[in-house]
Ligand binder design. Structure first.
Ligand code: R5P
Length: 329
């Protein structure tokens, strides 16, 4: 049979590997792609060194490593790096690091003397370990892309969230307004508001220390007697969102919804969220939420899966097809 040039694939089969950080998401991506996760051992030796071993060869294959880098960050990051190097040493043809939540992305510049730019360091580590490409979702700032010299797909969960709102909530909302938790999220907030056809307001926030404390100052815009959609990229300690909820409540907000992409939920953030007068918390599975934290938020928690999005992008990357097409770009 003649072989036509358009039928020739540059790489072998899709091979999916996962670290231990988000097994449920990895399985869902595998299900979407109608494949199975490849076997590997990840062992922590008594001396705290990690060891990995692949169950089968990846020579010549198109390999994707799914590993979110949420807490425990150092462990999860090292797992990712060691898996990448293992795959490189086994002669994979192409390796893509699929990192839904990219750690250290908030450290993207020297904003004071004598500090590191850890976001850059992580990008370098991922490349040096063996990744040819990377994929990530809503990184804390867009300029993170400039830290990588390998190509990447920097995706957003905003379509997923706004589709959910338009399908399930929009018709029940009274005079809704989107409010961004800080000015850094203004552009994404504006897109969110445009997609669900609402006005927008902003909270002006000033960070005052390195110890994760923040201070919310004022609302720019109108929230009185409106249903409020607070939007942000992540909830970490919950400090910013608690202040934001209090501020919009004082401003006369009716129902409050919170939409955030990454459920970092450090320390006792979930307890603080559970105590808030919030109708619904909408987030994604970019980071796996513990059963205890799910129980604390109960039916008010909606977790939208990013698996179909990542699965489709993996498929398109494998087949050399446009990803922008998925978003009419
Ligand atoms: C900050 O610039 C981010 O957009 C989030 O607002 C922040 O990371 C949330 O952190 P926390 O929950 O600790 O206030």
């Amino acid at each position: 049979m003649p072989v036509h040039s358009h039928e020739i694939k540059m790489y072998g089969e899709i091979k999916l590997f996962a670290g231990t950080a988000s097994p449920d998401l990895a399985q869902k991506i595998a299900d979407y792609l109608q494949t199975t996760l490849c076997g590997r051992d990840i062992i922590l030796f008594p001396n705290d060194n990690l060891f990995t071993k692949l169950h089968g060869s990846v020579r010549g294959q198109d390999v994707y490593v799914i590993q979110t880098t949420a807490a425990p960050v150092q462990r999860n990051l090292m797992e990712l790096l060691i898996l990448l190097q293992t795959l490189r040493l086994d002669s994979a043809a192409r390796i893509t690091a699929v990192v839904p939540y990219l750690c250290y992305a908030r450290s993207d510049r020297k904003d004071q003397p004598r500090v590191p730019i850890t976001g850059r360091l992580v990008a370098d580590l991922i490349e040096v370990a063996g990744a040819d490409r990377y994929m990530t979702l809503d990184p804390h700032s867009g300029q993170i892309q400039g830290f990588f010299s390998i190509p990447g797909d920097v995706l957003t969960a905003s379509h997923l969230m706004t589709n959910y709102v338009n399908t399930n909530l929009r018709q029940y909302l009274k005079d809704p307004v989107v409010v961004t938790v800080d000015l850094g999220y203004a552009k994404k907030g504006r897109n969110f508001a445009a997609s669900i056809d609402t006005p927008i307001a902003f909270i002006e926030k000033r960070r005052v220390a390195n110890d994760a404390k923040a201070e919310a100052l004022t609302i720019i815009g109108d929230v009185k007697d409106r249903d409020v959609f607070l939007v942000d990229d992540e909830i970490d300690t919950g400090g910013s969102i608690v202040q934001a909820v209090n501020l919009v409540k004082e401003g006369g907000a009716r129902r409050i919804y919170i939409a955030f992409v990454h459920p970092v939920l450090s320390t006792d953030a979930t307890k603080r969220l559970a105590a808030l007068p919030v109708t619904e918390f909408i987030t994604t599975d970019s980071i796996q939420i513990s059963p205890e934290n799910c129980a604390l938020l109960g039916e008010r928690l909606t977790v939208l899966s990013i698996a179909p999005l990542l699965g489709e992008v993996i498929r398109r990357a494998h087949e050399g097809r446009s990803v922008g097409e998925m978003f009419n770009e």
